[in-house]
Design a binder for this molecule. Structure first.
Ligand code: FE2
Ligand code: FE2
Length: 295
């Protein structure tokens, strides 16, 4: 998949699959388009706490105490957040045992984005027929989120917004895979791995944009999801779109599927230089191990 418009991160191997070598299926493509257009697409919902967390973070008067109270209502979530706060990736030396301490260590915004990432993983990137593909996508998303954060840190911009741009850019992927499964059951057709991958490539960005808008997340998350493979097509939220594009490509670079050729335009649009790209590339191991925390 060499076209610049084709997402390399979505280009999974089809070697050995029944349909390897076949062209993408117009039948599956048409069925998916109809499935999405007819309102048959069932979008996963986020748990209530996740949307409340987003609302809380958009409220300038919100404080650590109200966030802790919100997260405490879900013990499994609270335990997960504490585990992340205590991870070596966050430079944890002394163990934190309460959410208030975790917030003191991570800050309200970082803790909120961690809580949102746990919700997205649980509700969207969940086990199903495509378990292996979805877990690869989740790892790619976590790495992209962490690179988004590094890009924003370098540019002295809001690091948590950039984290979410990276984390959510491919959020439509598992939803497309789920829709393919529903179509396979309804039509009794069995599509090849290559056909499914082509459908994923074609539809994930638009579906992801629709999904985050349904959740009530800010408009820039939707723009980042829609245009992350073609930032030049975006007309608004350009900073977030470009950050998502660069973070996505750096994640692909980490996975060995992108040599970052042609990245110069986006790099300079973000006010970054070749030396900055070198620094980001040097962070591959650090980012890869930090992503394990989100697994
Ligand atoms: Fe993508
Ligand atoms: Fe991606």
């Amino acid at each position: 998949m060499d076209s610049p418009s084709v997402p390399r991160s979505m280009a999974g191997p089809a070697v050995g699959s029944p349909g390897a070598g076949r062209p993408p299926s117009p039948a599956l493509d048409a069925l998916l388009a109809a499935h999405f257009a007819d309102g048959e697409l069932v979008l996963p919902l986020l748990p209530t706490y996740a949307t409340q967390v987003v609302a809380l973070c958009s409220d300038p008067s919100s404080d650590a105490r109200s966030l802790a109270q919100l997260l405490q209502r879900d013990p499994a979530l609270a335990a997960h957040v504490l585990a992340i706060a205590n991870s070596a990736a966050l430079g944890a030396r002394e163990k934190v045992v309460s959410l208030q301490q975790a917030i003191a260590r991570m800050g309200v915004r970082q803790l909120a984005s961690v809580a949102l990432s746990i919700a997205v993983k649980t509700k969207v990137f969940k086990a199903g027929r495509h378990l292996e593909r979805v877990s690869r996508l989740w790892h790619h998303s976590a790495v992209s989120g962490l690179f988004g954060r590094e890009i924003a840190r370098m540019r002295r911009r809001n690091v948590e917004s950039a984290f979410l741009c990276g984390l959510l850019h491919d959020v439509g992927g598992p939803v497309v895979l789920q829709a393919v499964d529903e179509i396979q059951v309804a039509t009794r057709c069995e599509f090849s791995a290559k056909e499914i991958e082509a459908a994923l490539t074609r539809h994930h960005a638009e579906v992801g944009a629709r999904l985050v808008r349904t959740w009530g997340l800010p408009e820039w998350t939707s723009a980042a999801a829609r245009h992350h493979h073609a930032p030049e097509a975006a007309t608004e939220c350009l900073d977030e779109v470009r950050t998502a594009h660069l973070a996505d490509r750096l994640a692909d670079f980490t996975e060995g599927t992108d040599d970052l050729e042609g990245i110069d335009g986006v790099l300079s649009a973000l006010g970054l230089y070749e030396e900055d790209l070198d620094l980001l590339q040097q962070q591959v191991e650090q980012v890869r191990s930090a992503a394990e925390v989100y697994a």
